[in-house]
Structure formats: structure tokens, C-alpha cells
Design a protein around this ligand. Structure first.
Ligand SMILES: *[C@@H]1O[C@H](CO)[C@@H](O)[C@H](O)[C@H]1NC(C)=O
Ligand SMILES: *[C@@H]1O[C@H](CO)[C@@H](O)[C@H](O)[C@H]1NC(C)=O
Length: 379
């Protein structure tokens, strides 16, 4: 008896459902198009109603020239708008693919000023410098690492800036467009003129993608690289612009030994909150790889790999604390563009506690070795 009641109830439910269903169909707008008579579909939440030639799925079908009967029937169920003879279909939401910018859309700053030799950067220099901000106990928000803006949505940094910081710190946002930490916006006097930047922007970090082969407890710190995906696209301005990445293998094969390279930032690191008040730049030389591996770092038992590059300042000068995770870069004319621009060569990974010299250089993650991983993960 119970079974029968149950069944009757179920039947009633199904019947009502069917009625609702047919009412919905009949009340929706019907159109006549080349797909025959069809009622306009309501797209599901993972779909959007877009013009036919912007839908990958439809493009796949039309590429062959002629639809099969099944394809046509399928498209009829996906037709969501027919307006001025243009078909729109419910189409799986497509990721807006983000591409790495190519020179001259990256690696440039527009200043025409002649730069001094001091350690202070100009207000618009290295506009890809990112400060990584952490929330810390006691409601403090402080920056302990640097990074490089590489797309409107991504900052590249060291993996240790994410996984080796104290457990009670939280990586919150990146600060872009900063030059002087004491003011906002900042102004600099240049001969007889005063130049001011825009206020800095703090962009929340949506996702941290750490290299899967990074081992935080390893002495070697191989694969010390991470991508920060931002919550939204940043607007490129004079003070917020990306650096170029060595996506062309010819740049990856270049031998930078003895070349002069630059590091810039606020001397941020995970250990000390003693960072510089203004953005600084230092000029380093790339140290021969074998020398770095065999003569210098064997003593510390760290194994310097081919995916790392060493750099230090000339003898006698001292270079103290570049930004952890910050950019090691080189300006030049590369095979990819006839205009001089900056390429990101390395990411600061580890080094001597205080000052990196030619004889005691810092170790950087060699970015060209990670291009496949970067391209794969920015989308
Ligand atoms: C790079 O150039 C230096 C000399 O500038 C040379 O000693 C070294 O062997 C070169 N390395 C490679 C991998 O070609
Ligand atoms: C941090 O700054 C203080 C004073 O400003 C100084 O005494 C200390 O040596 C600095 N620490 C480092 C690691 O630079």
C-alpha cells in the first residue's frame, strides 16, 4: 500500500514537472532562423550568450564548412538570441587568455632624463617593481618581499616568499607604483622641476602558484619561483608597467657571464623589516656559473644548478640585501625587438646574509628555464 502511495506521489510530481517544463518552453520566444524553428535557450551558469563567431565550440563546427544533422540539432538547443539575423549561442564561458607582453609593450620606461649614478632610482624607473605585503600579528601590514609585474594580472616572485614566511603571516596584496614609502603620491625634484607619480595601487592576490618542484627546506632552493595571480587586471600607466620575459629561446641561450645587470627595489626580505625608504638600484655582474657552483657555494654545501644564476657587486663595494623575490634584469637589444628594453633574467633567491660581492654572490632563479611553466600557469 505504502509503495503504491509513494509511486502515485512520484508520478504526480513528475507530471507537474512536465507541465511546468512544457509551459516554460511554450512561453519562451520562438524564432525562425536557418536552424529552423527553435525556442530561445536560457544559458546555464557556466555558459554565456555570445555571437556565433566568438564561440569556440561553434567555430570548431563551422570550420569544416558544413554541419552534420546532429550538430545542427545541437545548435538549435543552444540558440539564445537571434537579433538582426545574427545568431547568438549559449557557449561555455571562455577564459580570457592572458598573453605575456612583448617588447615594446614591456620592459620600458618613458623617462628621457639622464640618470645619475646614485643608488636612488628615478620616480618612474623600473615600473614593474612590486612590493609583496603581508598581514602580520598585531594588525600590521608590512612588505617583506619583492616581485616583478609580468602581465596585467600576474606578479612573478620567489616561492620562498610564500612558503617560507612565518605561519601567522598572510600574503595579502601587491603594491605597485611605489617609489617613496613615506608619502603617497610621491614627488621628486629634478633640476628645476618637481615630478609626482600617481598614488600607489594595492591589488589583492587571488592565488599563489608555487613551482611544484620547490622544496622549502632544501639547502639548494632549486625552483624558487612562484606566480601571484591578482584579483583583477591592473591598468598600465607610466608608473605601473610590466617587464619582458625571455620567452624567445634565443634570449634563454644568451651567456650573461661578466655582463652588468641591475637589481632594484626596497631591500625587502623575510627576516628584517629594515627596508629602504625609496626605491634603489644596484649594478651587479653575473658571476661565471662554474665558479659560483664549484668555488663559492660548495663550501656552504648548496648545489647551484643550471636553473640558477649568480651575481654580485664589484669588489670593495658592498651590496646589501636586494629584494627577496625581486628582479635581476638587463637592458639591451634582444633578438625580439630592435628597441632596447629590459628583460627579467633572474629572481632573487638567496645569498650571503649581508652583502653580495663578486666573491660572495647572490643566487637567482634563472627565469628563462621556467618559461614553459610560466606560460602554462598564467592561463
Ligand atoms: C660564458 O662566457 C664565459 C666567458 O665570458 C665563458 O668562460 C663560459 O664558459 C661561457 N659559458 C657557456 C655556458 O658558454
Ligand atoms: C636595522 O636597522 C637598525 C636601526 O635602524 C640597525 O641597527 C640594524 O643593524 C638594522 N638591521 C639590519 C639587518 O640591517
Amino acid at each position: 500500500m505504502e509503495k503504491i502511495i509513494c509511486c502515485l506521489l512520484l508520478c504526480a510530481v513528475l507530471l507537474v514537472n512536465n507541465l511546468v517544463e512544457s509551459r516554460r518552453v511554450s512561453s519562451s520566444r520562438r524564432v525562425s532562423s536557418r536552424y529552423g524553428d527553435a525556442s530561445l535557450a536560457t544559458c546555464s551558469s557556466d555558459e554565456e550568450c555570445i555571437i556565433h563567431n566568438e564561440c569556440d565550440e561553434v567555430n570548431q563546427m563551422t570550420k569544416k564548412g558544413r554541419f552534420t544533422y546532429e550538430e545542427e540539432a545541437y545548435l538549435r538547443t543552444k540558440l539564445c538570441k537571434f537579433y538582426r539575423r545574427v545568431h547568438h549561442f549559449c557557449c561555455k564561458k571562455q577564459k580570457v587568455s592572458i598573453r605575456l607582453p612583448q617588447a615594446p609593450d614591456c620592459g620600458l620606461y618613458f623617462s628621457d632624463r639622464i640618470y645619475s649614478t646614485s643608488e636612488d632610482t628615478y620616480i618612474d624607473q623600473y615600473p614593474w617593481t612590486a612590493m609583496i605585503m603581508y598581514s602580520k600579528p598585531g594588525n600590521r601590514i608590512e612588505s617583506h618581499c619583492g616581485g616583478s609585474l609580468i602581465t596585467e594580472r600576474h606578479v612573478l616572485t620567489a616561492a620562498h616568499c610564500y612558503s617560507k614566511v612565518p605561519k601567522n603571516w598572510k600574503l595579502l596584496h601587491v603594491r605597485l607604483g611605489e617609489w617613496d614609502r613615506r608619502s603617497n603620491p610621491d614627488c621628486m625634484e629634478f633640476i628645476n622641476e618637481v615630478v609626482c607619480n600617481d598614488p600607489y595601487v594595492d591589488v589583492p592576490v587571488k592565488k599563489v602558484i608555487e613551482h611544484p618542484n620547490y622544496k622549502k627546506y632544501s639547502l639548494n632552493q632549486h625552483n624558487d619561483i612562484a606566480l601571484l595571480e591578482l584579483e583583477y587586471n591592473v591598468k598600465f600607466t607610466t608608473y605601473v608597467r610590466p617587464i619582458c620575459l625571455p620567452i624567445d629561446p634565443r634570449i634563454g641561450q644568451m651567456n650573461f657571464t661578466s655582463h652588468s645587470v641591475e637589481v632594484s627595489g626596497f631591500q625587502l626580505n623575510e627576516k628584517y623589516a629594515n627596508s629602504s625608504l625609496t626605491k634603489k638600484v644596484y649594478y651587479l655582474n653575473v658571476v661565471d656559473h662554474d665558479r659560483c657552483r664549484q668555488d663559492i657555494y660548495t663550501g656552504s654545501k648548496a648545489m647551484v644548478s643550471n636553473s640558477q644564476i649568480c651575481a654580485g657587486i664589484e669588489e670593495e663595494k658592498e651590496f646589501c640585501n636586494p629584494d627577496s623575490g625581486g628582479s635581476l634584469m638587463k637592458e639591451g637589444i634582444y633578438p625580439t625587438s630592435k628597441f632596447p628594453h629590459y628583460q627579467l633574467i633572474g629572481i632573487q633567491s638567496y645569498g650571503p646574509e649581508r652583502c653580495a660581492t663578486q666573491y660572495n654572490p647572490g643566487v637567482y632563479t634563472l627565469v628563462s628555464q621556467y618559461m614553459d611553466w610560466i606560460v602554462e600557469n598564467i592561463n
